[in-house]
Design a protein around this ligand. Structure first.
Ligand SMILES: Cc1cc2nc3c(=O)[nH]c(=O)nc-3n(C[C@H](O)[C@H](O)[C@H](O)COP(=O)(O)OP(=O)(O)OC[C@H]3O[C@@H](n4cnc5c(N)ncnc54)[C@H](O)[C@@H]3O)c2cc1C
Length: 352
């Protein structure tokens, strides 16, 4: 039997640009490859993939880039993407296969793991090579972020994981790096695909995307209606951030569903998260506990969110928010919109 070797990351891109998750995966993949003396490859699936994407993957750490490029892959379909990766796995037999914990990774990874008869650890925040077993040790938050667990996959190959966005910093871009670009034809039969894309509707997102934002202003049920979201947008505009929500405001139609942060919503890890009139349920924390600085405004001092907040204001948000917005506006006109992420403090503060 051929020995499995190498670390492979499944890259993502948008138009001709490498998605941030790709350079993050390359950084963690590079670490694993170096620690285990293996090569790091990236794979991109799509149609008419730009050279810029593949070159950038090399500049950010890949030694080899596999390109699976055909009209069949123009639109994402889990059938075709899983099939392509299954064939690539048979061809190159990697020891480790990493995906982003993105919409694509969340959809593809469990299906692919099933096809390859291996395990997958989802939503990892760190990966390293275990000194004793030489296997990949996968670290991930569990119980809604209240504990950290470490996993090793003893049986089944490749060792698979999805990695949370912003859990790792990309390596510095080095345009002097060179690598190999290899076209791979998985030989899939389009007719055998069970799904078909019949149309695409692009959701218009004004400003910074929630999952990429460095500052997130999140509203909860305590806002009691859609109007206060305008205030949240005003604050987000000043701080160059994005607005999110807990589940209730989305269910109630106060804001669109793509605002939802949490277990069944988006996963975010901004430098600054400001939670307004939300309790901090475990399901919500599952999506935001990776935020670097957490600020909470809630009129209930017993609210869960204060258990994880670095800064807390116990008050009616209606009394606090206008002056907070005014102050941020003043500071931003003097110092620019980066004022939010200049806030740095070790440890947690009192909820006062
Ligand atoms: C399977 C499942 C999946 C779920 N997925 C998600 C998910 O992805 N994301 C998510 O968010 N939820 C999710 N939920 C729902 C979750 O359990 C909670 O119900 C939800 O997060 C609570 O939202 P909230 O904090 O806005 O509301 P509440 O828990 O009702 O909290 C509102 C808070 O606002 C405060 N408040 C009220 N008025 C004011 C005021 N004037 N000023 C200041 N504070 C005020 C209150 O003190 C209270 O703490 C899920 C639930 C299930 C069962």
């Amino acid at each position: 039997m051929t020995e499995r070797k190498g670390v492979v990351i499944v890259g993502e891109f948008s138009d001709a640009n490498l998605a941030p998750i790709s350079s993050e995966l390359l950084a963690i993949g590079r670490k694993l490859a170096d620690e285990s003396g293996q090569e790091l490859s990236a794979v991109f699936i799509g149609n008419e993939i730009s050279d810029q994407v593949t070159n950038e993957a090399i500049f950010f750490g890949a030694e080899r880039v596999y390109v699976i490029d055909a009209p069949l892959f123009k639109d994402y379909l889990n059938d075709s993407y899983v099939g392509a990766l299954e064939q690539l796995d048979k061809e190159i037999m990697p020891e480790t296969l990493l995906l982003g914990h993105t919409s694509l990774g969340r959809d593809v990874a469990p299906r692919l793991a099933f096809r390859l008869d291996t395990g997958v650890t989802l939503d990892c925040i760190d990966l390293s090579i275990d000194a004793e077993t030489k296997l990949v040790e996968k670290t991930k938050p569990v119980y809604g972020g209240n504990a950290i667990a470490k996993y090793i996959c003893e049986e089944g190959r490749p060792q698979m994981a999805t990695v949370r966005a912003k859990a790792v910093s990309p390596l510095g871009r080095d345009a002097s790096r060179s690598g190999e670009i290899v076209a791979f034809d998985p030989g899939l039969d389009e007719v055998a695909m069970r799904g078909k894309v019949v149309g695409r509707v692009k959701e218009e997102v004004a400003g910074v995307k929630l999952e990429d934002a460095d500052v997130v202003i999140c509203g909860g049920r305590g806002l009691v209606g859609p109007e206060p979201f305008e205030k949240l947008h005003e604050l987000a505009g000043i701080l160059n951030g994005a607005v999110g929500a807990t589940r209730h405001p989305c269910d109630a139609g106060w804001c669109p569903y793509h605002y939802q942060i949490g277990l069944t919503g988006k996963l975010i890890s901004p430098s600054l998260y400001i939670g307004i009139a939300l309790s901090g349920s475990s399901q919500h924390q599952a999506g935001m506990s990776g935020s670097k600085i957490i600020v909470a405004i809630n009129n209930d001092p017993e609210a869960n969110i204060f258990g994880i907040a670095h800064y807390g204001v116990v008050a009616d948000y209606q009394k606090v928010l206008p002056s907070f917005i005014e102050k941020c506006g003043e500071l931003s006109s003097k110092k620019g919109p980066d004022i939010g992420i200049e806030i740095q403090k070790e440890g947690r503060s009192q909820n006062e």
